[in-house]
Design a protein around this ligand. Structure first.
Ligand SMILES: NC(=O)c1ccc[n+]([C@@H]2O[C@H](COP(=O)([O-])OP(=O)(O)OC[C@H]3O[C@@H](n4cnc5c(N)ncnc54)[C@H](O)[C@@H]3O)[C@@H](O)[C@H]2O)c1
Length: 452
């Protein structure tokens, strides 16, 4: 996965109208009978314009509306659409609730929501109530009430919600999922994962460029520092669990024959953001006086109904290279991303690691075999192509998405549960059963196919 710095470089190019590769032709489906899917984007910041680029490259999508309260982002998005040779969409964003006018448009089949976290559930609920097929960026919800809101609104309306977790589509993750499905690891026992990404230069900037120097945030910040940093100031919780836990949950069929049962969390002290502010803004800077509530390293352990444990780490305020730290372990062996190594009993030399490369190539997922070359420029090493492809193909068929409202709720619930556990000295917290018992009967999703 490319780093955020690569991502910003790509986004900057996107802003100037990159056509990364020729558009692909996608098959029609029964519900749309060859007609294009009319997509609206709510939030066209850095992430939203990345999604915009990916939908513009498809011949089965028409961008019918965009919404953002920042006119600079609207301009970038409109330039992108113009350079792709597409018609100007309807534009919304005159106030924070103008997205509701967008949702009234008949000419919108599906929406992609890429706004700050506190808007996610509100917008997704409104979109489902308006009958739109809803794609929602990560994390989906901030509180337990919001997690339930997503599930309840989906059930009341019948409108589908897909959590747009791109890491589920990473090439190594899908190859390992393929190995899981072919029982190479045997019965699954333990997972490790997390979001381990030095975001100090994202959470703090100069208010002029997203990755610029500077130690401002909130009203004086720009892009994610305008909203994300507030969560580190006020919450001692794993506020961004889904990149790590999403792929692991899929491997052990959470909400489909398995479920998260309980969690314990612990937080280290929090010194990283303060040190960064002092280093780059001086100890007299007003932000140097703030006490950030979030611990720098937050470690949660989840137990599943089928007896697996999953360790999820949130580590974004200290200097470190990027890693989601995946480990997938079963009765026959394990994969560890850190070290790029694999061990399968009876196949690997006894007590010796294999380089994971040969295993990942052998079990390369059919989707990557088919679309890998096309996906390369799509963002985050290609996985952004696949998550949008899964979304659009599900919309076209009007079927439940691979990553649904129950997944969005269960994965996002880690945030309020970790907060409660940390607050109570690591006391175990129970996950609600968002499927209301249906997890027992729900069949595992068929992941091994080359369509979406
Ligand atoms: N999956 C990934 O790899 C990935 C990567 C980056 C960001 N994200 C997620 O995408 C989302 C957006 O992140 P970003 O980096 O693009 O942030 P950003 O700050 O660059 O963009 C957010 C945009 O939302 C707009 N906005 C805010 N309130 C609005 C409202 N009420 N109506 C309309 N527009 C509104 C802002 O003006 C801004 O342009 C976040 O949830 C983030 O976690 C995911």
């Amino acid at each position: 996965m490319s780093s955020r710095r690569d991502f910003i470089k790509k986004s900057a190019i996107i802003g100037t109208g990159l056509a990364m590769s020729p558009s692909l032709s996608f098959g029609a489906s029964d519900s749309f009978k060859g007609k294009k899917v009319k997509v609206a984007l709510i939030g066209v910041g850095l992430r939203g314009t990345n999604h915009l680029n990916n939908v513009l490259l498809r011949d089965d999508v028409l961008v019918s509306a965009i919404c953002d309260i920042d006119p600079r982002r609207i301009k970038i998005a409109l330039d992108q659409i113009d350079k792709a040779g597409e018609k100007k969409p309807k534009v919304f964003g005159k106030n924070e609730y103008d997205y509701r006018n967008l949702l009234e448009m008949k000419e919108v089949d599906a929406v992609i929501i890429s706004t700050p976290w506190l808007w996610h559930t509100k917008m997704a609920k409104d979109a489902m109530l308006a009958g739109k097929y809803t794609g929602l960026e990560v994390s989906a919800a901030n509180t337990m009430e919001e997690c339930w809101d997503l599930v309840n609104t989906h059930e009341q309306t019948g409108s589908h919600l897909m959590i747009l977790e791109n890491v589920n589509y990473r090439r190594d993750v899908l190859a390992v999922l393929n190995m899981v499905k072919q029982n190479v690891f045997g019965e699954l026992v333990h997972f490790r994962c997390g979001y381990q990404h030095d975001l100090r230069f994202v959470k703090l900037n100069d208010g002029k460029s997203a990755y610029g120097k500077g130690v401002e945030f909130g009203e004086k910040g720009i892009s994610e520092s305008a909203w994300r940093t507030q969560h580190s100031l006020l919450r001692n919780a794993d506020v961004y669990p889904t990149h790590g836990v999403g792929p692991m949950a899929t491997m052990c069929n959470v909400n489909r024959g398995n479920r998260f049962m309980s969690l314990t969390s612990h937080a280290s002290k929090g010194i990283g953001l303060h040190n960064y502010i002092v280093k780059h803004g001086g100890k007299e800077h007003p932000n140097a006086k703030l006490k950030f509530k979030q611990g720098d390293v937050i470690t949660s352990t989840i137990e599943t109904a089928n007896g697996e444990t999953i360790i999820v780490t949130h580590d974004c305020n200290l200097p470190r290279p990027y890693s989601l730290g995946f480990r997938v372990q079963g009765a026959n062996g394990l994969w560890e991303k850190d070290g790029d190594r694999m061990y399968i009993e009876g196949e690997s030399k006894s007590h010796r690691w294999d380089d994971s490369k040969k295993w990942l190539e052998k079990y390369d997922h059919p989707l990557w075999k088919k679309y890998g070359e096309h996906a390369q420029g799509a963002g985050h090493g290609g996985m952004d192509f696949f998550v949008i492809n899964a979304f659009i193909e599900s919309v076209k068929r009007n079927i439940a998405p691979p990553l649904d409202a129950y997944d969005a709720a269960a994965w996002s619930a880690i945030t309020p549960l970790s907060e409660a556990s940390i607050e109570n000295n690591g006391e175990p917290q129970d996950f609600p059963d968002f499927t209301r018992g249906m997890w027992v009967k729900r069949q595992p999703y068929n992941w091994i196919k080359d369509t979406y």
